[in-house]
Design a protein around this ligand. Sequence first.
Ligand SMILES: [Zn+2]
Length: 440
Amino acid sequence: MKTSFINDAELTFAHELLDFIEESPSSFHAVETVKKLLAPQGFQELSLNGKWSLTPGGKYFITRNNSALIAFSLGLGEPEKHGFRLIAAHTDSPAFRIKTLPEISVEGHYLKLNIETYGGPILNTWLDRPLSVAGRIIQRGESPFSPKTRLFHSDRPLLVIPNLAIHMNRKVNEGLELNKQKDMLPLLAQVTKDLHKENVLIHYLAESLHCLPEDIIDFDLFLYEAEKGCLVGLQQEFISSARLDDLAMIHAGIWAIAKVNQSLSTKVLACFDHEECGSTSKQGAASPLLSHVLERILLAQKKDREAYFQALEHSFLISADMAHALHPNAGEKHDPSNRPILNGGPVIKTSANQSYTTDAESASIFSALCHLADVPVQKFVNRSDERGGSTIGPISSTHLDIRSVDIGNPILAMHSVRELGGVKDHLAAAKVFSAFYESV
Ligand SMILES: [Zn+2]
């Protein structure tokens, strides 16, 4: 059933998002998917360990650790006068990471995996679902300092974390307490004669990657929900999917930067890793990665540090990370007067104590961009007795002296294995990002 509430362009763009998320089961895959989308648009990869030669109007990107990416379209103007237009989002989502030596035998019958939580997932949403494994494995290279990285993504469900039957936990519906080390370990296999005695997972990885088990030195592997997202609601108005936070903002950002027209300012899309655990890695928003890339863009144009600082003064950052929509069953959890809804448009996030970078001036800039893009805009403030989450904006601000606003599309069930967003909001955010990059 299709109604005039959701138009064809919105439906198509929401389906493109679902495809993008399906192809991005880990932050490593998200970067790979972004590269695949940028390449046909003329973006060239730059090496971080070589000198850059840039052409005005040229499109480039760099990656860090295979899990963060910064893309930019070089402006035609003087950088110290026209600055940067930046959008920042994150490639990672809460999940479970497979520990080293992960196999645990259960009474000689089952094999389960030892895992640790990554970020803050809602634990119970991961129970009883077909799960799979994605990330990267590291193989021996020519020298100790040049190991080979290969992405791995199982194309079928491999694991499940089973609930305990209600008969063995009669109080389950009075509140479920789950221990991360005891209750969340996924079942991988039935132990049989044909199963390798040791290193079952490594043998499986080696077979899948057509290499020898001994060539796999280490891995960064995560669990993910095996089932693809879908549209739900009577009018197909909602998006039910894993990792909307924050792949939806990355997807909207790519759409905007891929179609950007050449103009005076340099447009930048920063896709950071490790937001969900505090951003403090070399590929996170708390690293000098972005400030170094921006400075190198100026150095490559034979500009000095003075010009770099002037460029920052002429710059603006949109920190794009998802926001909370009004919950249909828990209205009391929200601020009494600022109550964003699904499909009501992108949300400006404000906090008196600066857990968001937004101030009245940067909020007014974002509102004006929404107006320009003909998109509605909403506002979010935490209930005064609730502590909100953190995001990339304030962390970037401690490293980059740039005016900025924190925004995001409204979703429900943030950090559930399956979050719920609005179909209209997704195209709306992309249109605002485009207006941001294009406006003078
Ligand atoms: Zn987020």
